[in-house]
Design a protein around this ligand. Sequence first.
Ligand SMILES: NC(=O)C1=CN([C@@H]2O[C@H](COP(=O)(O)OP(=O)(O)OC[C@H]3O[C@@H](n4cnc5c(N)ncnc54)[C@H](O)[C@@H]3O)[C@@H](O)[C@H]2O)C=CC1
Ligand SMILES: O=C(O)CCC(=O)C(=O)O
Length: 525
Amino acid sequence: MPKVLIADPLSPAAEAIFKERGLEVDTRVGLGKDELIAIIGDYDGLAVRSATKVTAEVLAAARRLKVVGRAGIGVDNIDVEAATRHGVVVMNTPFGNSVTTAEHTISLMLALARQIPAADRSTRAGRWEKNRFMGVELMGKTLGLIGCGNIGSIVADRAQGLKMRVIAFDPFLSPERAADLNVEKVELDALLARADVISLHAPLTEQTRNILSRENLQKTRPGVRIINCARGGLVDEAAVCDLIRAGHIAGAAFDVFTVEPARESPLFALEEVIVTPHLGAATMEAQENVALQVAEQISDYLMTGAVVNALNMASVTAEEAPRLRPYMKLAEQLGSCAGQLVETGLEEVTVTYAGHAASLNTRPLTQLVLTGLLRPQLASVNMVNAPAIAKQRNIHIRVVTCDMIEGYQTLLTVEVLTERGPRTVSGTLFQDQEPRLVSIHGIPMEARLGPHMLYVRNQDKPGFIGALGRTLGDAGINIATFHLGRDAPGGNAIALVEVDGPIPDYVLDQVRRLPHVLQAKQLSF
Ligand SMILES: NC(=O)C1=CN([C@@H]2O[C@H](COP(=O)(O)OP(=O)(O)OC[C@H]3O[C@@H](n4cnc5c(N)ncnc54)[C@H](O)[C@@H]3O)[C@@H](O)[C@H]2O)C=CC1
Ligand SMILES: O=C(O)CCC(=O)C(=O)O
């Protein structure tokens, strides 16, 4: 039974779902790094929010781990690259807390406009400072969004409800989407020059780090208000403090900080600043949504192979998973067959999906072809890390689909270009379920691929089959199935023999010495 660790506080709904889906689950919140490393080897799945750091070191100790699920959006606490290297799928829940985070942003914008936290403190202190807390109206003001994805677009919608004009800097926002959102797409400098309120909704990347740098903050309108509900590191916090003191920035609201938890910060000393402890996603509704989603996604992957919202692997929906399953076996077997047959470096792989196979989600299938292909060279390869490994090794991957194919309803062909020329294997599904190899290097044959196979390439001459049978028989090797193919009478022939156990090397040598044999290899599937 797969085992899952919940390492951060999640709604109890998550634990209930794991149990309902037949998984074993432990909740161990607040583990130190070493404690996590000590126990992670026992788990197939890990569910986190932002507190647990899933580092390369943790992943190296996670021998059984197949999936990390982030109940939330940002995955900056997870080393996705290391997870990919270790073949671990990383998933997030990209929509579950978007509305809640957008609402927090709007709350902070209104609170900034009317200085509500400072007014609250003053009133409680008995000061009744009506003149001190003169606010600004938001109607007619310009809101500048840096990042206009899921959360940014909800913020835009709510701000338009307040009759604000919304402009956005987002290099990946299409003009059509901007028009649908009634948002004006602008360059960063234009946004800095025009916005009365700037709100950040972009991930922290090499491009966005310090996007509101001191220099950029100096380009903003006097009296601007800044809101960061996305990620610490997007804004130069010290420059915000200086520009508030200089009277250029009217106020700022931070939900996220360069260092978290933020126990101290120069921002805390300023009345014009509102701070919250990374509360953007903290509502009952959002936490219920993300906990349910992450538990469903992790369970689906561990129990059915469905992949949803993965950051490092192609998606496979729950509906697709059962249809893809027999093809997944076929794809891995064909890749493995090609991988075991090549003896030199791989340069290019072409995977052709013909007939029914062309209508499928081919990305996960291609990942499995690569997995099978690379496994003879690298035991740790799996469908998550196979594309990255192929890229590292400069193996060029081509995918071809064609609707029609003569003689078969469905056919997968793997052609591998090596230093010694192309090598090709094709396969189909027998009764829609059972993988069958139907040709090797253009020679037709029909073979089921079993755990122990003998592959022999020979010249098609009388007496070969008897000699091969005798050699195996004399060594006490029992033949399970025997498949033959040739390109022409007396031409090139291939024998694929399934046997009941591993073939000792001395027997392989005897086979290689038989008349007319060109090559003999043991294959396993
Ligand atoms: N405070 C909190 O508790 C929460 C914070 N977040 C954070 O909010 C941020 C946004 O989340 P979503 O809207 O769901 O993500 P999203 O992926 O839907 O949107 C991000 C947008 O940023 C844009 N972007 C990427 N690079 C950019 C660049 N160089 N300049 C400008 N825009 C760029 C993208 O094109 C995209 O439209 C994330 O960093 C996420 O981690 C999310 C949920 C809760
Ligand atoms: O889990 C949380 O409270 C943080 C949410 C967040 O920052 C995210 O989803 O990116």
